[in-house]
Design a protein around this ligand. Structure first.
Ligand code: CU
Length: 131
């Protein structure tokens, strides 16, 4: 009888431990977001491509944006909101010229990215996200 109770206690401990473990690993999961999914980072097929994509994602600190592109053809520049609105890449906060680029999300709030190749941002190769 005692042995049965001990077995039950061990079993319950294992089950509860498993549930807790799953919850903790879920909370700590750091997601990689492939920007544009299959479109990758390029001049998009329509102006809403990256807006729609961003709305489909949930961004958290510790996550990574992955911009898939060929070096020389595109870049990734993190810029201010004003620069984003004007497609101005003169003074980026950061810039990545080698593709694919992995961009870690280190702070909460709005983040703005664009391609600094002339004409590309104007053709909607720009991304705004909220972390
Ligand atoms: Cu480009």
């Amino acid at each position: 009888m005692e042995l049965e109770r001990l077995k039950m206690a061990v079993l319950l401990t294992v089950i509860i431990g498993g549930i807790l473990h799953i919850q903790i690993s879920d909370a700590q999961k750091q997601n990689r977001h492939i920007v544009g999914d299959s479109v990758d980072w390029t001049i998009p097929p329509d102006d809403n491509t990256y807006i729609t994509w961003a709305a489909s994602q949930k961004f958290a600190i510790g996550d990574t944006l992955v911009f898939n592109f060929e070096s020389e053809l595109h870049t990734v520049a993190e810029v201010t909101e004003a620069a984003y609105n004007e497609c101005n890449s003169q003074n980026p906060i950061s810039e990545w010229t080698k593709g694919p680029a992995s961009v870690p999300l280190k702070s909460s709030g709005k983040h703005y990215y664009l391609c600094s190749v002339p004409g590309h941002c104007m053709a909607a190769q720009k991304l705004a996200i909220n972390v």
